[in-house]
Ligand binder design. Sequence first.
Ligand SMILES: N[C@@H](CCC(=O)N[C@@H](CS)C(=O)NCC(=O)O)C(=O)O
Length: 234
Amino acid sequence: VIQQLPILYSFRRCPYAMRARLALYVSGQVCIHREVVLRDKPPEMLLISPKATVPVLQLTGADGQVLDQSLDIMRWALGQHDPQHWLRPTTGTAGDMESLIARCEAEFKYHLDRYKYANRFAGADPLVHRTAGEQFLDVLQQRLSTMPHLFGQNRSLADVAIAPFVRQFAHTDLNWFEQAPYPDIRRWLLTVTGSPMFQAIMQKYPRWQAGDPPTRSPIATFGPSLPLPPAANP
Ligand SMILES: N[C@@H](CCC(=O)N[C@@H](CS)C(=O)NCC(=O)O)C(=O)O
C-alpha cells in the first residue's frame, strides 16, 4: 500500500538529493516522491526537518523517523538492501570511502560553490576556486587512472556520493572540463551520469503540494545482484 512507503522530499538538481535518490533506487526502495521548490519549501517538510535542506526522508513506522542528511539516507537504504555491494569496496575500506566523501563535502564543495556561484560570495574569484577545486580532481584522476571506479572494480558508495558534485563542477564550464587533464574522470563520470539508473532518478516531477495524489519514485529494473566481492584489503 502506497501510504506505507517512506516519503522523500527532493529537488531534482540538488547533488545531495541525487545521491540519496541513487542509493534508494539501487537498493530497490520505492518512496513517495515529493518534489520541492527550494525558494518555497512545503510546511510539511519544514515541520519534520527545520534545518530545511533536501533531501529529507521520512520513514514509515510508529515513530516516523526522519533522515535529513543525504549520506544517512544512502546508508539507511543500502543497509536494507545493497545488491551491488556499494558498502563493500573491492579496493580499500569503508573508512577510506568515508574519508574521500568527507573531503568532497568539505573542501571540494566549498570551492565548487565559489566557482559556480561566484556572484553569491563577496570577493570570490571563480578561477581561483576552480584551481583550488582541482586539487580534489587530481586525487580522483590519480585513483581512476589505476582502476575503473574510485574504490576498485565495482561502483561503490563513494562513486555515487561524489559524482553529482563532480558533474556540477564539470557543467560549470563544460568546454574547459572537456579539455582539462582528467580523461579518467570524464570516463568515470559518464559511467554514472550515462547510466539507466541516473536517467531514472533524474525523471521530472511537478512540484508537490498537500492534497496532490502520491507519486512513486522509480522502481529499479536491474538483473540479479552482483557476485559478492572478495573481502576488502587489509
Ligand atoms: N548536509 C546536507 C546538505 C543538503 C543541502 O545543502 N541541500 C541544498 C540543496 S543542493 C539545500 O537544500 N539548500 C537549502 C536551500 O537552498 O534553501 C545533506 O547532505 O543532505
